[in-house]
Design a protein around this ligand. Structure first.
Ligand code: TGC
Ligand code: FAD
Length: 387
């Protein structure tokens, strides 16, 4: 699979318009994905473990340090995530959680002391972070969360359970959202504190090569200085989610492009009926054209999202539209690719099936398709239809 084919499905030549420094970044990330990530994924998937060996490579790319220094503009950040998700959705998620959810939350809502203690080691990946919002009984509706923080003499005592937490067992620090006097607040919890437990979630058929955990907090004492002073309601958690959802809208394009690339290569080399390659059949070409069209529209939506972001006009319903559309289309593209590979489409030797299964997670987390459609519906009508 060469880089050329990806360029070939850039039908509107959007990539050719990126400045040289973005192109260099795209090439660097693509090389890392091809050389260091893709070869490890089959085994990680089989073992259901996150491939920790690739953390060094992500560190070398310096993405998160640039992110922390504010040197990755929204276009560059989106393009990097798009390239990472050409590897796997789990890899992009590892970076999204560390950068968009953990570092950005500290950056936006933390104290100066919290920033100076955590941003540097998180940026260099010497420390890993996770973001605990979801609970077993409160996913789409986090405002109902049961986790609590109670004031103690020197700080807070945390109790509660968080579920489906990415990077959960690897994390050195967890951002835990819990109710203090009935209002959602955020707290930094070092994961070696007594009473903190991270249990891996087993039995996943999606995101197998990602670290997903249940976090149990039983009387975890933290000092006053661990409360994020500016994260004092659920709205702040949703501001952090905006950043990650933005990245997802870009990332999933990478999964769709890589799947289409693999599929075209496969079909060109797969003769059926009179020894002609499958790419010569009209029904096949119709599906390829549909997928290329959807990918082009995903790219255009992401680019517009970046424009709105850069001009300070980005609003939640813009992000919901992009997250909802691009996840759904990426899932449909990978499913169509799987179908076009026939029996081989269900085998681990090819990546399309795994990409499709991983996208079932991506369409679910960071707000399900229903939730994003309700955000857009509320914008259109002024009526809230969550209840
Ligand atoms: P609601 O009353 O609508 O809002 C509460 C306050 O927040 C404001 N707000 C937002 N602010 C910034 N950005 C947004 N996107 C915002 N949406 C709402 C809102 O204006 C209000 O402000 P104020 O000043 O009036 O207090 O809250 P609600 O409880 O009714 O919930 C709305 C809803 C359903 C849209 C929200 O709860 C939601 O988005 N639910 C989905 C939950 C979710 O996405 N969870 C993700 C968990 S993290 C994760 O999945 C990580 S996956 C790993 C990876 O990313 O790779
Ligand atoms: P539910 O809220 O129970 O929803 C179930 C179904 O009901 C969905 O189809 C949903 O759309 C629908 N539904 C719910 N409410 C409505 C409504 N009002 N109207 C119409 N339909 C509705 N969370 C974190 O905090 N941090 C993480 O790092 C993280 N990582 C994750 C990693 C993985 C692999 C997965 C699978 C999830 C992760 N999550 C994480 C959790 C994720 O954000 C939630 O799964 C998601 O928000 C949905 O919540 P739920 O699973 O409880 O589904």
């Amino acid at each position: 699979m060469g880089d050329e084919m990806v360029k070939a499905i850039d039908l509107y030549q959007l990539d050719s318009e990126w400045p040289a420094e973005y192109q260099t970044m795209i090439d660097q990330v693509r090389r890392f994905v091809n050389q260091e990530v893709l070869p490890t994924l089959a085994q990680s998937n089989e073992d259901a473990t996150f491939p920790r060996a690739i953390i060094d490579g992500v560190r070398r790319l310096g993405i998160l340090e640039l992110h922390a220094a504010g040197e990755l503009d929204p276009y560059a950040y989106g393009l990097v995530l798009r390239e990472l998700e050409r590897g796997s959705s789990g890899l992009r998620s590892f970076v999204s959680v560390q950068g968009s959810l953990v570092m950005s939350t500290i950056e936006m809502f933390g104290s100066e002391q919290q920033k100076s203690e955590w941003l540097n080691p998180l940026g260099t990946l010497d420390k890993i972070g996770c973001f605990g919002l979801t609970e077993p009984d409160f996913g789409s509706n986090p405002s109902g969360m049961l986790s609590t923080a109670t004031k103690t003499e020197s700080g807070y005592r945390l109790n509660g359970t968080k579920c489906w937490i990415t990077n959960g067992t690897m994390a050195d620090v967890a951002i835990i959202w819990a109710k203090l006097d009935g209002k959602v607040n955020a707290f930094l919890v070092e994961t070696d504190r007594p009473g903190f437990q991270a249990n891996p979630i087993k039995g996943k058929w999606s995101f197998r090569a990602s670290d997903t955990a249940e976090l149990v907090l039983e009387g975890v004492d933290i000092p006053e200085s661990n409360r994020l002073p500016k994260a004092t309601s659920l709205g702040y958690a949703l501001k952090s989610l905006n950043k990650a959802r933005y990245g997802i809208a870009w990332g999933v394009i990478g999964a769709a492009k890589a799947a289409l690339e693999e599929t075209i290569n496969y079909l060109k080399n797969r003769p059926q009926f009179a020894g002609k390659p499958l790419t010569t059949h009209q029904l096949v070409q119709s599906k390829l054209a549909w997928m290329a069209t959807e990918i082009t529209s995903m790219d255009l939506i992401a680019k517009r999202l970046a424009e709105l972001n850069c001009s300070g006009k980005l609003e939640p319903h813009h992000i919901s539209l992009a997250k909802m559309n691009n996840c759904r289309k990426a899932l449909e593209v990978t499913r169509t690719c799987r179908e076009l590979l026939g029996a081989n489409g269900i085998h681990d030797e090819y990546l399309v099936g795994r990409r499709m299964l991983d996208l079932e997670t991506v369409i679910t987390y960071e707000g399900t398709e229903h939730i994003h459609s309700l955000v857009i519906g509320e914008y259109l009508t002024g009526d809230r239809a969550y209840m």
